[in-house]
Design a protein around this ligand. Structure first.
Ligand code: HEM
Length: 416
């Protein structure tokens, strides 16, 4: 039995694609309820919104990930049966390995590589008439990620590998052509990395000790077995592909710098702590993950609803980041809102909520924040450029989304 609002429809999947990011939030407002029932992909789905619901969603005693991510998303974005689909001790063991890469040393190395590549790209852009920032940032981050992970990347393949990583991300909310591009990109990338894993294991390719590619190639599961070549490749890709995805935030961050010259000046002047406030607001304000999904582990009751084992539950990421009860004037871009933010694990959830080590919260959240700080500082302080007339709007119906023109800049010069 339930006392929560329920949509009386056969299926709402087409509406989800048509409405895009605000799909859950539209209904939360209409029903005036942080929980409602609908039908998606021909099954009953419970939608949850807000930090109280997020706390429940991230309780591993109540939810599991097995069977939560549709196969077509696994075959493009995430890799079949990889970390995001795991539960319990097996997930904890795999996640500990991922989080070991995020040590202060790991982050420091990432930061150093990122600065090196930003400098090189700015010098390259100085010689170009026009730069499509979103695409260039994908390649920049692909180079950083491969070097950080320990995967050799030949000069002539960098662009293609970056495009493939971007195509996997671009496929997540897509049907048709974009989906098939994502599948092709995934199989090409898995073949590439799988062969390198085999070479690392045979000692034909030497990777510096402690680099993630080495650690993943020789990681043992709880039974003491190595991951098979394909699974090891998928987990290596689970570091490279999302790092390339930071290009989405770079494009949005560039847009925010463009639209908020005062904020840009504060970053250029090095106002204490401001770059981080700015980056947090970019992650809150701009759309990326619309929601995350899980399945009910065992029957339980919450919020006036009886959750039955196996039911698919979606947590509203985009809507929670734009909830006026949590964020004053959520549709305004206002970095200072984070000055007094208490740092809850359940309200700023663009990369998931809860605990990084014990739950499914994004393993790369700290890298993303650091990478964005460095990138915004480079853009505001260490380079000058013009932003010509172009279509900078972005659609909330497309998932994922980015400024339509991909943020074009001209007359780049280094100020360093
Ligand atoms: C998981 C978003 C960057 C690695 C996730 C999740 C989201 C997310 C929404 C799922 C959380 C959940 O299911 O509860 C993002 C966004 C990024 C980003 C928006 C930046 C654009 C990164 C980076 C890395 C990374 C840079 C690695 C270097 C992972 C991994 C998981 C994950 C391994 C699976 C964690 C698990 O299942 O325990 N990310 N991410 N992500 N992310 Fe990210």
């Amino acid at each position: 039995m339930t006392s929560v609002p329920q949509e009386k429809v056969l299926d709402n999947s087409v509406k989800l694609l048509a409405e895009g990011f605000p799909f859950i939030n539209h209904r939360v407002s209409r029903f005036q309820s942080n929980i409602f029932l609908t039908r998606l992909l021909l099954q009953n789905v419970v939608c949850l919104h807000g930090p109280e619901a997020a706390k429940v969603f991230y309780d591993p005693d109540r939810f599991v990930r097995k069977g939560a991510v549709p196969k077509w998303v696994q075959k493009t974005l995430l890799g079949e049966n990889a970390i995001i689909t795991m539960d319990g001790d097996a997930h904890g063991h795999r996640k500990s390995m991922f989080m070991s890469f995020m040590s202060p040393d790991g982050l420091h190395t990432f930061n150093r590589l990122l600065q090196k590549h930003w400098k090189a790209f700015i010098h390259k852009w100085e010689k170009q008439e026009e730069v499509v920032l979103f695409e260039e940032a994908q390649e920049l981050f692909c180079r950083v990620a491969c070097e950080w992970v320990g995967i050799p990347l030949r000069e002539e393949e960098a662009r293609l590998r970056a495009q493939d990583c971007a195509a996997m991300v671009d496929a997540f909310g897509a049907v048709g052509l974009r989906h098939f591009r994502g599948r092709r990109a995934r199989s090409r990338t898995e073949n590439w990395i799988k062969n390198l894993v085999a070479q690392i294991r045979k000692g034909e390719l030497t990777v510096e000790e402690g680099k993630p590619a080495q650690a993943i190639a020789f990681h043992q599961d709880l039974e003491g077995n190595l991951l098979d070549d394909v699974m090891a490749a998928r987990e290596i890709i689970n570091l490279i592909r999302p790092t390339v995805a930071i290009a989405y935030y770079v494009a949005f961050g560039a847009l925010a710098l463009h639209e908020h010259p005062v904020a840009r000046q504060k970053i250029a002047d090095g106002e204490e702590g401001y770059a981080e406030l700015f980056v947090q607001e970019v992650r809150r304000y701009f759309p990326f993950a619309p929601f995350v999904g899980a399945r009910v582990k065992e029957d339980f009751s919450w919020g006036g609803h009886w959750f039955t084992k196996g039911t698919l539950v979606l947590l509203d990421v985009y809507g929670t980041l734009h909830d006026p009860k949590l964020w004053e004037h959520p549709e305004e871009f206002y970095p200072y809102r984070f000055k007094n933010w208490q740092g809850s694990a359940f309200d700023l959830i663009p990369q998931g909520g809860g605990n990084h080590t014990t739950g499914h919260r994004c393993a790369g959240e700290w890298i993303t924040i650091e990478a964005m700080k460095v990138s915004m500082i480079f853009m505001a302080k260490f380079m000058e450029y013009e932003v010509p007339e172009q279509n900078l709007s972005y659609s909330l119906r497309r998932m994922p989304t980015y400024p339509k023109s991909k943020f074009i800049i001209r007359n780049v010069s280094s100020t360093n």
